[in-house]
Design a protein around this ligand. Structure first.
Ligand SMILES: Nc1ncnc2c1ncn2[C@@H]1O[C@H](COP(=O)(O)OP(=O)(O)O)[C@@H](O)[C@H]1O
Ligand SMILES: [Mg+2]
Length: 387
């Protein structure tokens, strides 16, 4: 009998050990991002749903200014910095206490980063957690960074043969140097109606729908306030917006598909967060082959950026021709109990608390798998084939 490979036994032992005691889960929220407030709402739902029999939650806030604090969620409106105990962040791997609270180390078994947008969803926080040697929920550094940059993301989608709308990249310096050259390029390569958007942002901040030259100038100017790289993309013709949730590491699964009915002309910041009348329709009323196509494309998009853990993949679907366009992938999707990502899993038979269990388990598995890589040169023993 050959027995299970050593790494599987090691993983089983590690999981067994951590599952028999309460796991200390650091939930990180807030952050230096336009999506700070959304993050607080997502984190509140997650912390309320983590089973207290199995998890000890350690809430960790990051203020709008970037200060890490040990705090419970503040009442709305008050700044995290004002309510929390300041923390010093030290990426000390091995025996991870990596946060110091008055020089008292806080040890964590796993982190759930619930920080949307810049300095949280873009690979920077994931890089810190890698340096600290702490397992964390969601995609790693590469997929997080790529998933945040709509232009690099779309280049990878194109390379993977996935359907994206025509787009051009405009660097801020190009726009500032010669607006007429940029306008001419957009008009010849894309045309109207189109969307202008900052390459690295979310929540529709800085996104405009433009139908003529003056509006294009204004849209470019607005998007360039938020990023040095701007994307101009052809508007999906007469399309609905649908989303699909993906969960898993090496063998990701796709959820049922949901539709967004925006309360405004497009799904802008106000439609997402302010007016409260946009609707989520789950499952989306689509013909079965279209649903199948969306779910397959969601997995392919997940692979294209080499994601792991979770991601929500967003699409446009033509109202009449049912043509499917991939819009974007979000690596830390909204996580309030009424957000699309968990709602789609609930409709697929995975309730919110169990979804959190799965995500934490996937984080531990992924960490154990990454830990198998050699970090020192070690030549193979002489011979051919397996050993
Ligand atoms: N090419 C497009 N065609 C149609 N609508 C679009 C297009 N690009 C963006 N939108 C609209 O703008 C919203 C926000 O754009 P998106 O690229 O998803 O950025 P964000 O990361 O801010 O969500 C989308 O949900 C959609 O309503
Ligand atoms: Mg979007």
């Amino acid at each position: 009998m050959t027995g299970a490979p050593v790494h599987i036994l090691a993983l089983a032992r590690a999981l067994g050990a951590v599952l028999t005691k309460k796991l200390r889960v650091g939930v990180i929220f807030g952050g230096r991002s336009g999506e700070h407030a959304v993050s607080l709402r997502s984190a509140a739902s997650i912390m309320a749903a983590l089973d207290p029999e199995r998890y000890e939650v350690v809430p960790i806030g990051i203020s709008q200014e970037g200060q890490w604090v040990r705090t419970h969620l503040p009442a709305s409106g008050s700044s995290l910095e004002a309510v929390g105990q300041k923390l010093l962040v030290l990426p000390a791997p091995g025996h991870p206490p990596y946060l110091l609270d008055r020089l008292e180390p806080i040890s964590l078994d796993v982190v759930f980063p619930v920080v949307h947008g810049t300095f949280g969803e873009d690979g920077t926080l994931q890089g810190l957690l890698e340096l600290a040697g702490i397992p964390y929920v969601g995609p790693g550094v590469l997929a997080s960074a790529v998933g945040m940059d709509k232009e690099v993301m779309k280049r990878l989608f194109v390379q993977a043969g996935l359907p994206v709308l025509p787009f051009v990249k405009v660097m801020r310096y190009q726009w500032e140097q010669s607006p007429p050259t940029v306008i001419a390029r957009v008009e010849s390569e894309i045309g109207y109606p189109c969307f202008t958007k900052p390459a690295n942002l979310g929540s529709s901040v800085g996104v405009s729908r433009v139908t003529h030259r003056r509006a294009l100038e204004r849209g470019l100017m607005d998007a360039a306030r938020y990023d040095r790289k701007v994307l101009v993309e052809l508007a999906a013709p007469d399309a609905r917006e649908v989303e699909c949730s993906v969960l898993g590491n090496d063998y990701p699964e796709a959820s049922v598909v949901g539709e967004i009915i925006s309360s405004r002309e497009f799904y802008d910041y106000a439609a997402k967060y302010l007016d409260g009348t946009s609707q989520l329709i789950i499952p989306a009323g689509l013909p079965a082959p279209v649903t199948r196509e969306v779910r397959q494309l969601a997995i392919k998009a997940f692979w294209a950026i080499e994601a792991c853990g979770m991601a929500r993949v967003d699409f446009f679907v033509g109202r009449k021709d049912h043509r499917v366009w991939l819009n974007e992938i979000n690596t830390i999707p909204g996580f309030t109990s009424i957000s699309m990502y968990p709602k789609l899993w609930e409709a697929s038979g995975l309730p919110y608390p169990e979804l959190l269990d799965r995500l934490i388990r996937l984080a531990l598995e992924r960490h154990a798998d990454s830990g198998r890589r050699l970090t020192q040169y070690q030549p193979l023993p002489p011979g051919d084939g397996f050993f």
